[in-house]
Design a binder for this molecule. Sequence first.
Ligand SMILES: CC(C)(COP(=O)(O)OP(=O)(O)OC[C@H]1O[C@@H](n2cnc3c(N)ncnc32)[C@H](O)[C@@H]1OP(=O)(O)O)[C@@H](O)C(=O)NCCC(=O)NCCS
Length: 177
Amino acid sequence: MITIRAIEETDAEAFLSLGLRLDAETTFMMLEPGERNQDVDAQRARIAGILASDDERIWVAEHDGELVGFLEVYGGMFRRNRHSAYIVIGVLQSFAGQGIGTRLFATLESWAHERRIHRLELTVMVHNGRAIRLYQKMGFIIEGTKKHSLFVDGAFVDEYSMAKLLPLPDALGIQET
Ligand SMILES: CC(C)(COP(=O)(O)OP(=O)(O)OC[C@H]1O[C@@H](n2cnc3c(N)ncnc32)[C@H](O)[C@@H]1OP(=O)(O)O)[C@@H](O)C(=O)NCCC(=O)NCCS
């Protein structure tokens, strides 16, 4: 059984291991092997900071006491971008295609709704078909292409900017344009 839950400070070591495994098995994420800070105390402090903040969240997928996926969201910190949030997601290859990504996005959307987020955004390499299909299934659209935005295995790679607008909370009294 796979549980989706908010990260806790006690996950620091397991979350670090998850990151290291993802760095090793996929080139679709940001870090190359060897680039991640492996200090568990620093990881714990970072998680504590996130838990204390209103703007950032991490949810993890847990299987048999092991972390197998995560979704992190960074909300805008200023009045002009507080309604936007940027998303990063990773699920271990051996657990892909089991609906974990879909469940993490559903959890994110509940949080976004509560926090009155209007815009969710992310970037994805143009050849990451599985991720793009997940995002499109969740209602994200491609807004544009960031040409040569990354350098992966000796070649420049393009990324799509994708976003999803959530209904505006009535209480804000803002008109859609
Ligand atoms: C991309 C990723 C987050 C998807 O997570 P996941 O748990 O596998 O996603 P789900 O099982 O919920 O599948 C969601 C959708 O993806 C698509 N999908 C799933 N498996 C697929 C496959 N083997 N091939 C193509 N599309 C696939 C389907 O549209 C699926 O929806 P459906 O099952 O209702 O048809 C995950 O595979 C991953 O982390 N990959 C490596 C790192 C990465 O690419 N991160 C994102 C960087 S932007």
